[in-house]
Design a binder for this molecule. Sequence first.
Ligand code: GTP
Ligand code: MG
Length: 342
Amino acid sequence: MSAGAIDLEMSLMDGRHSCPKRYILVTGVTGTGKSTFIANATGDLSVEIGHELQSKTAAIQEVPLPEPVNGFEVVLVDMPGFNDTYEGTGLGLQLMTEWLENAFKNLKRLSGIIYIHNITDTRMLDTTVHVIDLLTAICGESFAPNIMLLSNMWSAPKDDREIVREKQLINKFDFWGSLIKNGARTSRYHSHKPFSEESKVEAKDIIAKMLQIPHNLTQFQREIFEQGKLPVQTLACRTVVTYLHNAEAKLNKEEQEATIKAEEETSPSMKFVFYKQAERARREKEKIRQEWTILATAIRGIGYVIAGLAERAGQHLTCGGILFLTEAVVEWLNGGDLEYPE
Ligand SMILES: Nc1nc2c(ncn2[C@@H]2O[C@H](COP(=O)(O)OP(=O)(O)OP(=O)(O)O)[C@@H](O)[C@H]2O)c(=O)[nH]1
Ligand SMILES: [Mg+2]
């Protein structure tokens, strides 16, 4: 943004604020240290930090920094973490997209998104890859320079395996590679001592780097407000729908295979093991159904699409179970033959 634009923005202020305001979203998989980063940066002791396995932040919280950074008043937005499984995917999408819609309407200027990754994680889970896909879908290519991929929880003394992992994150296209190719930046956060001066200075340096880039609109905001799409028609929603659909198809296969093995097995102990596997797949599928319910009620337009498709196909579609229904939704979202229900 030009100096003139900043001057204009400042002249429009209501006097309560002495400098322009910028928002920075902090997101990532649950438990990676989003709230800790925000608490360290702001010194706000009321930010809830989780020390148990369960996700801690359940709602979005906006936390202002006590003093300006590089001439900007900064508000950090604590996002609930995406879970290690598909649980919470619908809610995560709902909260983030609702915040982005409201931000656009209320002229909240988004400087960028900090995506936190725990460098001690030894494996990239499907969910972690999905969260990056979703972030990419929400942001789009033109917002990539506003993304900071931040690794934290670095060991002291240095552990070479973490450096190797960082290289993989950067180089693999499915991980951070494609975002970096489009201009996303990376940084490390070492903060070993929560609320120490050192961790505060480090967090502020990262925030200052975010503020060097002009504020921007995400792809989701452009799709809704510039292209007039419904949330259900956005790339973000399509990404989640396809993810849930694929996860459900995989579990269906697992359940069927385990059931067949259990029936064919002669050893009672192995029979038991296979029945347990089938049971686990059924329970996981139940969680996906709950995510569908959340999406159907939360994402404007999706309930309408599902109801319309079900009505057009009549009993046939609904009798086949949710998988068949989601196949129809996925096909519709991906521009298949099915037309938008009348
Ligand atoms: N060693 C180390 N521990 C950290 C760091 N950041 C966070 N933690 C610990 O990680 C745990 C989870 O931290 P939170 O900040 O609550 O994580 P979150 O990402 O906000 O979690 P959700 O809100 O559940 O998504 C806490 O026990 C923190 O003390 C870090 O940089 N280094
Ligand atoms: Mg949190």
